[in-house]
Design a protein around this ligand. Structure first.
Ligand SMILES: [Zn+2]
Length: 209
């Protein structure tokens, strides 16, 4: 907090501390936001509070793909024009939005809700990997697999690569084709920051694992 934060009332300090915990917001920005909120009309300020409440109450994870949604299953899983035999596996909803923005992918998704990071205590049980494996094991009435291909679109980082290898080991006996995004993405880059063209290339040039 800033030097003079001691002079603020308890409620102002509380809001400042909470805003200061948001990503990319330092104590200076938090202070500016609080002054803005104090200056704003009650209507505008409370609309912000309501918007936060609505997001937390109405947005949940899709029970099929774990994408964020207000209706379950999500719009993508419900869309009859999507190819449900191809699943693109991403680490987080932000990556899904990026791949959707390329406009080239017509399959469905599976959101892991993170990546494996053993040193930080993030193990397969903390992600949606079991649910993914269960999806891949689904068969139609005649015993044919419903899923044809899994595209692993984890980040080209150490943790993302480790997660991809683990996924491959969990799925290798399933008979499904496993592909990985081509390295149009520079090593160490994050999918959420990649530009659309690079991401579209990486998707179209994906390789079999
Ligand atoms: Zn879904």
């Amino acid at each position: 907090m800033t030097d003079h934060s001691i002079a603020y009332s308890a409620s102002v300090r509380r809001l400042m501390d909470m805003l200061g915990q948001l990503p990319g917001v330092g104590s200076r920005s938090a202070e500016r936001m609080v002054f803005h909120i104090l200056k704003a009309s009650s209507e505008d300020a409370l609309a912000l509070a309501d918007a936060i409440r609505a997001v937390k109450q109405q947005v949940r994870h899709c029970s099929i793909c774990y994408h964020l949604t207000e209706s379950d299953p999500c719009e993508i899983c419900r869309n009859p024009s999507r190819d449900t035999s191809v699943i693109c596996v991403v680490e987080q909803p932000k990556d899904l939005f990026q791949i959707e923005a390329t406009g080239t992918y017509k399959g469905v998704y599976h959101v892991l809700l993170g990546h494996l990071a053993p040193l930080d205590g993030i193990t397969p049980e903390n992600l949606t990997i079991d649910a993914l494996v269960a999806r891949i094991d689904q068969r139609d009435a005649t015993g044919n697999p419903l899923i044809r291909e899994v595209i692993i679109a984890t980040n080209p980082t150490m943790d993302g690569d480790g997660t991809a290898l683990y996924l491959q080991s969990r799925m290798e006996n399933s008979g499904v084709i496993i592909t990985r995004l081509a390295r149009g993405l520079p090593a160490g880059a994050q999918i959420e920051h990649a530009n659309k063209a690079i991401l579209a290339d990486a998707l179209s040039g994906r390789i079999k694992m």
